[in-house]
Design a protein around this ligand. Structure first.
Ligand code: PDD
Length: 287
């Protein structure tokens, strides 16, 4: 467990870190967040994550609680205080503390800023045996492009997956298409060797890992198509995998209990994970 958290200007003991009970994030899920992966002391893709935080804030008309430079400083200071080498930095901005009312507060309020870190296992190029996913209906709202803390549908889907022994839930829309995972983007590799992942619009989160992997696919001259794919197509695919700041590229070997391809980690997912791990080695270590 991390020793320090950052809460509105102070580095505090994580066990005692708290926000006001009338924080709009707590009462109304009126807030946004980001998760930046950390591997071997290096922040992975920090700039695009902070760009996306900026976008989420603008979409909800929440102001920046501190300057962008200051946020960069806080992230690093917290990493150092917690000696974070492998894991993630979580940051959350809510509209602030105000007497409960659904509408925005009329008097100006200061947005709340909270940061925590979490230590996880050092991610290696070897993907291990891969993971299972379970399909769940996508019952989320129409602005899944905003990274808000309103995650109840994702929570319920992930829980259903975990209770069935799967690692991740794949969310399926009314047309039978996989939109994304509960906390990851979803990809398949077709029998023809073409990579497919759903196009970005209001229906999914534009993953930063997804975006970087697109460039990697380009540099490897892999064919990538951004389009919807059905659950049935995914079950017939040669390979499948998920991407996120915390899972990097993780092969999916089972969907709803059925093996994907031969049920083993595929060559494409394996290669892309290797490349992404190499990418994460770039940059300067903070800790
Ligand atoms: N989840 N889709 C959803 C719904 C997500 O919550 C996430 C990230 C992603 C992948 O995005 P990225 O590559 O930028 O991490 C896709 C984070 C890790 C989380 O909620 O913990």
């Amino acid at each position: 467990m991390a020793r320090y958290a950052y809460v509105n200007g102070r580095y505090v003991d994580h066990r005692e870190a708290s926000v006001h009970i009338e924080d709009r994030g707590y009462q109304l899920a009126d807030g946004v967040y980001e998760v930046v992966g950390v591997r071997a002391g290096k922040l992975v893709d920090e700039t695009p994550h902070i760009d996306r935080l900026d976008r989420s804030l603008r979409e909800l008309r929440i102001g920046w609680p501190v300057s962008r430079n200051t946020l960069g400083f806080i992230i690093r200071e917290l990493m150092r205080r917690n000696r974070l080498r492998d894991g993630l930095v979580y940051m959350q901005v809510t509209r602030g503390v105000a007497r409960r009312d659904h509408a925005f507060p009329t008097a100006p309020v200061k947005p709340s800023l909270v940061l925590t870190t979490k230590t996880t296992k050092h991610i290696v190029a070897d993907p291990g045996p891969g993971v299972a996913v379970k399909s769940q209906p996508d019952i989320r709202w129409g602005r899944c492009d905003i990274k808000t803390v309103a995650l109840l549908p994702n929570v319920l889907a992930k829980q259903a997956a975990r209770e069935s022994g799967a690692y991740e839930a794949w969310l399926v829309d009314a047309k039978g298409c996989v939109t994304e995972g509960a906390s990851t983007n979803a990809w398949i590799v077709t029998g023809e060797g073409e990579l497919v992942t759903r196009q970005t619009d209001n229906g999914i989160l534009a993953g930063i890992t997804r975006h970087t992997l697109k460039s990697i696919c380009n540099s490897l001259q892999l064919k990538l198509v951004e389009r919807p794919f059905t659950l049935a197509e995914a079950k017939e695919a040669k390979e499948a995998f998920i991407t996120s700041a915390t899972s990097f590229v993780t092969p999916v070997v089972k969907i709803d209990g059925d093996p994907v391809g031969d049920g083993k980690v595929g060559a494409t997912a394996r290669r892309l994970r290797e490349e992404y791990v190499r990418f994460s080695d770039e940059g300067e270590a903070v800790t």
